[in-house]
Design a protein around this ligand. Structure first.
Ligand SMILES: Cc1ncc(C[n+]2csc(CCOP(=O)(O)OP(=O)(O)O)c2C)c(N)n1
Ligand SMILES: [Mg+2]
Length: 597
């Protein structure tokens, strides 16, 4: 067998496993791996300005492509910086491989400089974390990490490499290395019969389509299933895009925050629910008594211990989403051919017709701009191929209520962990994964200020995207959640900026900061300028190949619709009373008569 340094073997393994996109930054304890990458030349590396940013970029890349992004850093604080990234990835079932350098094995117990037990720290937020103590274990550790990341419910891994282990010579032949097999649980024909029997026992069945369908690349099959059955589908926040928003059977998102009114209304009418690759997240279900009342539930998930975690379904099946949908389709098609499939067209048409009701007003002319108008203008400006990236805040919630998504992997959102600062670096990873495609990030001002230095990464590496920053000069979501406490305490970001009086007490001058980091930026204060602003941003991104920030100065206080249970969502703002109040709604207000046809 050829002899080589362990790090040279690692690079060959990464290449063979198809993980060739790295985001990170070097330090002394990881320099050997960087030397192997330099010599090999097949791993593209993007140099970040913060390791947490690199971890979110790797996560964004994985979400955009379905491949495994790499995050690299040195010992000590680099690994601890990755922990938020690992949490965001595991919380949303995203595979991503973090690799850290480590002090030599001989001093691990001696409080050596930047030696921290990252294996222990990372364990709760990874599927697998290991400090490799023997050079000979390096290939096997990588093989196992890839197998675990890909098996069952996907998730991230961390491999920690003491510097002497990296430098050690091992016997290694890449031609003798093969990625380990990955086995997913597959629903059987008998299980599918049971699913179909229970689903069709209802008169108003509905499918809740989760992110597991995106991970399984099964969106096409899901749409086929909905069409064969002719029943509505509600995507979850993680599943958004599995069925195009304008498909007649897409009945609207359900939730107490990210939802449509018609989506909740149709769900509340349903009597049997088939959850596919979803987790009954609490921002989806709201209070469980309301969510479950009068309904039977079928839950299909790849991870056995997800079944019954939130509530016990009437039928739980452990299966990969694609395998389950395919065998369910087989049963459904046979029953259709035999003429034993119920006719759900009245129910389906009712849900389709409901899409022309309950719209929230978006067409405001106010200055300062109301946020609803921003999403209306984004719908008008950005085409169906756009990939949106967002994280958390009123901005994300209102965006998910009002924007439209048409394809899987076109809504990239840290749905469960929601770490502020994720949006920008994740968008850079998405651009790496989808070169040449339109990527639009959406941040509140506070989300944007976390990890703002990562804009320089986009400028240095020519990673163009549009970053819409809706600036209310507030921790808006937290301001709103302080209302029951009757306080507005440490949630304002406003101050008089002595260098930028034109910011009028809103505080940070995002345009100057973005320009200072090598990007382009436009500020918009009049809603009639939004369309031009987005067009200009697109042109600037194309011309300069850098991130372009569109800062929109919002009114400071807008409360966004939310509640504790699906049938009691509080509306704080106007609803549309005529079609022109919500001109970019998927189905115009009141157009019900024509929809069912
Ligand atoms: C690291 C981190 N700390 C705190 C929070 C809690 N949090 C959620 S939203 C939010 C405010 C977000 O403000 P901004 O980004 O301006 O969005 P807005 O709600 O104003 O649209 C905070 C503090 C979080 N999600 N992540
Ligand atoms: Mg804000």
């Amino acid at each position: 067998m050829p002899k080589m340094r362990a790090v040279d073997a690692i690079v060959l393994i990464l290449e063979k496993e198809g993980a060739t996109e790295a985001f990170g930054l070097p330090g002394a304890a990881i320099n050997p791996l960087y030397s192997a990458m330099k010599a090999h030349g097949g791993i593209r590396h993007t140099l970040h300005r913060h390791v947490e940013g690199a971890s979110h970029a790797a996560d964004g890349y994985s979400r955009a492509t379905g491949k495994i992004g790499l995050c690299l850093g040195t010992s000590g604080p680099a690994g601890t910086d990755m922990i938020t990234g690992l949490y965001a990835a595991i919380a949303d079932s995203i595979p991503m491989l973090c690799i850290t350098g480590q002090a030599p094995t001989s001093v691990l117990h001696k409080e050596d400089f930047q030696a921290v037990d990252i294996e222990s720290i990372a364990k709760p937020v990874t599927k697998y974390a290991s400090t490799v103590l023997e050079p000979g274990l390096v290939p096997g550790t990588f093989a196992k990490a890839f197998q675990i990341m890909r098996s069952g419910r996907p998730g991230p891994a961390l491999i920690d490499l003491p510097i002497n282990v990296q430098m050690a010579e091992i016997d290694f032949d890449i031609d003798a290395y093969e990625p380990l097999p990955v086995q997913q649980p597959q629903a059987t024909r008998g299980q599918a019969e049971k699913i179909v029997d229970l689903l069709l026992s209802g008169s108003k069945p509905i499918i809740i389509a989760g992110g597991g369908i995106i991970n399984a690349n099964a969106s096409e099959q899901l749409v086929q299933l909905a069409e064969e059955l002719n029943i509505p589908v509600s995507p979850t926040l993680m599943g958004w895009g599995v069925i195009p928003d304008d498909h007649r059977l897409q009945s609207g998102m359900v939730g107490i925050q990210t939802h449509t009114k018609y989506g909740n209304a149709s769900f509340l009418e349903s009597d049997v629910v088939l959850g596919l690759g979803n987790r009954w997240a609490n921002r989806h279900t709201g209070a469980l008594d309301t969510y479950r009342a009068g309904r039977k539930f079928i839950h299909v998930d790849i991870e056995a211990t997800q079944i019954g975690r939130v509530f016990s379904p009437d039928l739980g099946i452990v299966s990969d989403a694609k395998a389950a949908i395919e065998v369910i389709l087989e049963v459904v098609r046979e029953r259709k051919a035999a003429g034993t499939l119920p006719d759900y067209s009245a129910w389906a048409d009712e849900c389709t017709a409901r899409k022309s009701t309950g719209h929230r007003k978006t067409n405001f002319e106010n200055i300062p701009i109301k946020p609803q108008r921003v999403y209306q203008e984004m719908n008008a400006a950005f085409g169906q191929d756009t990939t949106y990236v967002s994280t958390i805040g009123l901005s994300q919630i209102a965006g998910a209520q009002m924007l439209h998504v048409y394809k899987p992997r076109n809504w990239i959102n840290a749905g469960q962990a929601g770490p502020l600062g994720w949006t920008g670096p994740a968008a850079l990873g998405v651009v790496r994964g989808k070169p040449g495609q339109k990527v639009v990030a959406l941040s509140g001002d506070y989300d944007f200020q976390f990890m703002i230095e990562e804009l320089a990464v986009g400028a240095q590496f020519k990673l163009p995207y549009i970053h819409v920053v809706v600036n209310n000069s507030y921790l808006g979501l937290i301001r709103q959640s302080q209302r029951p406490f009757e306080m507005d305490y440490h949630v304002s970001l406003g101050f008089d900026n002595i260098n930028s009086p034109e910011t009028n007490g809103y505080g940070v001058d995002h345009v100057k900061v973005a320009e200072g980091l090598g990007c382009k930026a436009v500020r918009i204060e009049d809603p009639s300028q939004l369309a031009d602003g987005f067009a200009k941003a697109g042109a600037l991104a194309a011309e300069h190949q850098v991130p372009v920030v569109v800062e929109v100065i919002l009114e400071k206080v807008t409360n966004i619709a939310m509640g504790a249970q699906l049938d009691a969502v509080n509306e704080f703002e106007d609803l549309a009373v005529e079609p022109d109040d919500a001109p970019t709604a998927l189905v115009p207000l009141g157009a019900a008569a024509t929809v069912g046809a």
